[in-house]
Design a protein around this ligand. Structure first.
Ligand code: BES
Ligand code: MN
Ligand code: ZN
Length: 505
């Protein structure tokens, strides 16, 4: 989607989006349009016909060319002082969906005056437009009789008077890149397990590497055996699909600068293995690679933005099936980090492939490391779909992640890592066992990872409840959400800014 910013209304558009504020004086864009329509909008508003609650919309067909639009979508936003990035993102998501319904390929969005810096506001609108325009349709056969869907190709963000155009354009560019990356993560997540295999993820990472100038290394089973990535290999044993360890390097910082490392679980289908899952809802386990998808997508955005830091993205990828060679409860493997693991539940496989990746990551001497995984059903029980569970060995880093999530509208909530929980994963037969049972299942999984992290600053994001869902927000669709793609990139942007580099909005 081509997104531009403009300080003046241009030629007539098929769809003009104008925010309606709740109570008090309306924004300048609303007043100008109302004037052009001879006060029609204020009459409708006074009569109660024009909705102004947050998220409510009205579609108006102006009777006069003076409006400069074939249709006007009025979106309830907030009280003027309460315009946040997330509210703009949702309003823009609504706008993109309306464009789809109205079958128009371009729109203009009148950005209301607010306390937000214009770059932030333009970025949020760009994100909402691109995210809201996403739809998973590659697997549907086109209906020859139905008219083909119209994609939103062009958007103009109309700026309030006196705002800095180049700052806004930069913000919009950042938002477009972030949201397009997030849509890539969604697409990878939504693709079924028979298409999005470990090999497919590896090929996708290599393609992105070529396009964005990233160094990409993909390890297959032979290299894994040489490296001693035995926990990842153990999970892959039960499947015909070859596992992959995908490593993507962005070298935007000075040579020798320790990189930021992001790791994502790329389990392309989780049947549970010999400890098989119930059939009900098992199809959702194609989403078990969403952490890995977000990692690949974040690396695309980081490369495209050319962020002035070194970043390494790592995705361990496998299926978890029940072939004759599958790992069994009671089996013991020596992981890459040197510790032995007793398998007590083959369905606790995510932590197995992750600890090998985390241990492998140490060769890069990470300045800090984040990992994201659809790791535990317990996290969905604890936090539902409203927040990503976060935990780590560095409170400052946990706060960085929480703040990044507030910035991008992807909420994170810290869970405690008391030493007590660690006891649950001690094994009688090996150094560790791969499940601590039901109590505090999210935290004991976190502790399992931590045993392999050592002293490197690290935070784990359990996205089991947030990486896919029903698509309740305007900028979401049913299926993969792309979370935590934007958190990852935001965190890297914040780190780059703190290191004194210039960073986009
Ligand atoms: N991929 C699942 C976790 C999951 C469950 C994600 C539901 C999203 C929705 C993970 O591999 C798993 O199976 N975890 C087990 C761990 C248990 C065996 C200790 C779980 O949560 O039941
Ligand atoms: Mn599992
Ligand atoms: Zn899993």
């Amino acid at each position: 989607m081509k997104i531009s910013v403009s300080s003046a209304a241009g030629s007539a558009v098929p769809l003009l989006v104008v925010p309606v504020l709740e109570g008090g004086e309306q924004d300048a864009a609303f007043r100008a349009l109302d004037g052009a329509l001879g006060g029609q909008l204020s009459t409708l508003l006074a009569r109660g016909d024009l909705k102004h609650g947050f998220g409510e919309t009205s579609l108006v067909f102006p009777h006069s060319d003076a409006a400069g639009a074939e249709r006007v979508l009025l979106v309830g936003l907030a009280k003027g002082a309460e315009v946040t990035g997330e509210r703009l993102r949702r309003a823009a998501g609504t706008a993109a969906k309306q464009a789809g319904k109205s079958r128009v390929a371009s729109l203009a969005f009148a950005l209301p005056a607010s306390a937000l810096p214009v770059a932030e506001a333009a970025r949020a609108v760009a994100e909402g437009l691109v995210l809201g325009g996403y739809d998973f349709r590659v697997m549907k056969t086109e209906d020859a009789d139905a008219p083909a869907p119209v994609a939103l190709e062009e958007a103009v963000i109309l700026l309030p008077q006196g705002e800095n155009e180049s700052a806004a354009a930069e913000g919009a560019r950042t938002g477009e890149i972030l949201a397009r990356a997030e849509n890539l993560a969604r697409e990878l997540g939504n693709l079924p397990g028979n298409v999005a295999t470990p090999t497919y993820l590896g090929d996708t990472a290599e393609r992105i590497g070529r396009e964005r100038g990233l160094k990409v290394t993909v390890l297959g089973p032979d290299e894994m055996r040489t490296e001693g990535l035995n926990a990842l290999l153990a999970v892959a044993q039960g499947s015909e699909q070859e596992p992959r360890l995908i490593v993507m390097e962005h070298r935007g910082g000075p040579e020798g600068q320790k990189p930021l490392v992001i790791v994502g679980k790329g389990l392309t289908f989780d049947a549970g293995g010999i400890s098989i899952k119930p059939a009900q809802g098992m199809e959702d386990m194609k989403f078990d690679m969403c952490g890995g998808a977000a990692t690949i997508a974040a690396m695309q955005a980081i490369g495209e933005l050319g962020l002035p830091v070194n970043v390494v993205g790592i995705v361990p990828s496998s299926e978890n099936l029940l072939g004759g060679a599958a790992m069994k409860p009671g089996d013991i493997f020596r992981a890459h980090g040197g510790k032995t693991i007793e398998i007590v539940n083959t369905d606790a496989e995510g932590r197995l492939i992750l600890v090998d990746a985390i241990s492998y990551a140490k060769r890069f001497e990470p300045a800090a490391m984040l990992d994201a995984a659809t790791l535990t059903g317990a996290c969905v029980i604890a936090l539902g779909h409203a927040a990503t569970g976060v935990m780590g060995n560095d409170d400052g880093l946990v706060q960085e992640v929480v703040r990044a999530g507030e910035h991008t509208g992807e909420r994170c909530w810290p869970l405690p890592m008391f030493d007590d929980y660690r006891e649950q994963i001690k094994s009688d037969y090996a150094d560790l066992k791969n499940s601590g049972g039901r109590p505090a299942g999210t935290i004991t999984a976190g502790w399992f990872l931590r045993e392999f992290v050592g002293e490197w600053p690290w935070v784990h994001l359990d996205v089991a409840g947030t990486a896919y869902g029903e698509g309740k927000l305007s900028y979401l669709t049913r299926g993969a959400t792309g979370v935590p793609t934007r958190i990852f990139v935001q965190w890297v942007m914040d780190r780059a800014a703190a290191a004194g580099g210039t960073s986009p909005a």
